[in-house]
Design a protein around this ligand. Sequence first.
Ligand SMILES: Nc1ncnc2c1ncn2[C@@H]1O[C@H](COP(=O)(O)OP(=O)(O)O)[C@@H](O)[C@H]1O
Ligand SMILES: [Mg+2]
Length: 411
Amino acid sequence: MVEKMKNTSVLSHILDSHPNLIVFALDDNYNYISFNQLHSKIMKNIWGVDIELNNSIIGYIQIDSDKEKAKKNFDRALAGESFTTVEQYRVKSLESSLFKETYYPLKDENNKIYGLGVMIEDVTLSHSNKEELSLIIKQLENQVDKRTQELEKINSDLQEENTKRIESQIELNIVKSQIEKALANEMELNKLKTKFISMVSHEFRTPLTIIQSATFLLEKSYERSDEEKFFKNLDKISKSIDTMTDLMENVLNIGKLEHGEIKASKKVFDIRQEVKNLVENHKSYSKVVKMQLPEENVFVDSDKVLCSQIVNNLLSNSIKYSNEKPKIKLKMIADGYSCIITVKDKGIGIAKENINNLTEAFKREDKISSLVQGTGLGLSIIKHNLELLGGSMNIESELEKGTKVTIKIPR
Ligand SMILES: Nc1ncnc2c1ncn2[C@@H]1O[C@H](COP(=O)(O)OP(=O)(O)O)[C@@H](O)[C@H]1O
Ligand SMILES: [Mg+2]
């Protein structure tokens, strides 16, 4: 018995010494059979009461809903059930608020339930635990932050990479379209080359044939002392040589112009006199071109050769595209800033839709290309020359009615 007492008192000592374990036992009327010190302390804290053995715990609980809750748990234990619940008490005076409660029935030797035992453990975090936890949380938060930053960096790197990829894709597309363009240009150029070769060989063959036959006839007329025929053939030869010279000059010119090898070399000269000489000294021009020039000299600070090429090509076109009897008017007017030259013919005219294309090298109107000789270089040379001189050109034309080309050369 002493041993048993010893055992009991040690046991109650153990229960009283535990820092946060509440233990109490009730009989089947909820009266206290036993309780440890922490329980009485807590009851004092919560309800402000000094609990005593044999008094009902229910009498100490002052809130009805709490009473009901407690009774329900007690009754379950009294009915023979052992169970554990976690309860939260929102009591201001208590720092702790989370409790693990274990309820179990108390049985006598005959296994008859005479009451219940309750063990309540405060599982609210202690202050130091809280600190430790908040430290861990902080560490975790830091880790999450770090990881988030890393992820953000990876994300922005990826986005950057993506942007770069899109950019290089765009660049690639640009390069691709450039290559395609270059290829198309190359193909166009090849076509032009073929056209050019056939044009040149054709254009040269005709005057050469004329020269060949005229030379033969020249000899014959010389032998026969037929002066008229002699000079007629001589004229044919000289015209053909002119044609070939013009052709050669144009071909050589366009190459140089398109490669930017020709620069305007400006000097002051009298363009009125220059144009007058050009028409009067050219056999085929002098007969058909009616000039309307200013009374006075027109001095320009320009390139004489480029200007002559322009007028020459305009006149040769008007003659070429004027059928049998060309009637050409060349008009020059000048003001303080520019000299304007208009060449007007009553020839075959140009279809409206073609007017703007014909300044491209080798471009000719389809319908005339087999009928009238030409290289398709004249208008292109005029355009290039005017660019070098800072001038401009305007073509007005109507089919079957004629063509009027106006050029403006700055003085
Ligand atoms: N005065 C004009 N009247 C009618 N057509 C013209 C005239 N001038 C130029 N053209 C048209 O423009 C084309 C290009 O002229 P141009 O570049 O001088 O080359 P080409 O005279 O060698 O054919 C000519 O083939 C012709 O179809
Ligand atoms: Mg021409």
